[in-house]
Design a protein around this ligand. Structure first.
Ligand code: ATP
Ligand code: MG
Length: 289
């Protein structure tokens, strides 16, 4: 899939969801980060897009960057080319660290799977008797290693992060991640949303500063649960791609999980779009226009 042409900017990279561009005029340390309407599930980019998803991700990230005052972030400007208006930001170009920084305050997903095997998450021992959705005594840092496109990110231990980036930086990434999680969890809770876990990415700026990059605290990077419906011991009602995952694993989809996933029915697309918008509106208190 060819990336969109944007006057003045040269395409340099496409991830599953975002496309990155650098200034055509030559290297300065800016990068244009464009969020597409693409959606991924089970490590596949789907052939169906979710209308307005790129704008929701970008606007929600910008709102969170503002809430997280004191944490250096990559945003320089939202004055972007008109063809990507609302779904792009001009950012400091970072040298990204090869660690996905995850904080979890609740047990579910890959954390729950590891816990059931060994009563640990990322080798951290946890209390006995926890179930799907249990709140942890205190939030934990559960890093993972960035995988190649199409591969699954792999949970790693804190010691492995130390081996990758050194003692000081590992400690900094952990404390920043846990600080972001705790602050965001409180804000979300006030708005009736449980932030079960979230993933952030950091990189080093050209001036050597550890900087928060990518997107933050969106339904793609986080698990948001409806606090009113929260009930541990089962899967929680969530604001993310749950409709997509549920449909893809249903008999209707008839998908083998190996070949390219089938296109999503219009109803699943529309429900997913509504969910993303609802998350934005509940969190920010603003109408999505
Ligand atoms: P990846 O392609 O890295 O495996 P992904 O599929 O999640 O993961 P996207 O999130 O779609 O990728 O693309 C965003 C990419 O841009 C990520 O690789 C992210 O690390 C990188 N990135 C985000 N912010 C910056 C920045 N300010 N400077 C340089 N790279 C950035
Ligand atoms: Mg990403």
């Amino acid at each position: 899939m060819a990336a969109q042409e944007i006057a003045g900017w040269r395409h340099i990279y496409s991830g599953k969801v975002r496309d990155l561009y650098e200034p055509e005029s030559g290297a300065d340390d800016r990068v244009l980060v464009v969020a597409s309407d693409r959606i991924s599930a089970y490590d596949h980019v789907l052939s169906s897009e979710i209308p307005d998803k790129g704008r929701v991700l970008t606007q929600l990230s910008l709102w969170w960057f503002e809430q997280l005052s004191g944490v250096p972030n990559h945003v320089l400007s939202t004055d972007v080319p008109s063809e990507v208006a609302g779904r792009a930001m001009i950012c400091r170009r970072l040298e990204m660290y090869p660690v996905e920084c995850i904080a979890r305050g609740y047990l579910t997903g890959s954390g729950l799977a590891e816990y059931r095997d060994s009563q640990t998450v990322c080798s951290l021992p946890l209390a006995p008797g926890l179930v799907d959705g249990s709140r942890l005594e205190k939030p934990i840092f559960t890093p993972s290693a960035k995988a190649e496109v199409g591969e699954h990110d792999e949970n790693i231990t804190y010691d492995a992060v130390v081996m990758m980036v050194g003692d000081d930086l590992a400690a900094k990434l952990r404390s920043l991640t846990l600080d972001i999680y705790s602050r965001a969890e409180t804000i979300a809770r006030d708005r009736g949303i449980i932030l079960a876990d979230t993933k952030v990415e950091f990189g080093m700026s050209s001036t050597g500063e550890v900087t928060l990059g990518d997107e933050v605290l969106t339904p793609d990077s986080s698990r948001f649960w409806d606090a009113a419906l929260y009930s541990p011991g089962q899967a929680q009602a969530s604001f993310d791609k749950q409709f997509v995952r549920d449909w893809l694993t249903s008999d209707d989809a008839g998908w083998d999980r190996v070949s390219s996933p089938p296109a999503l029915p219009a109803e699943v697309v529309e429900k997913t779009r509504a969910r993303y918008i609802e998350a934005f509106e509940r969190l920010t208190g603003k109408a999505f226009s």
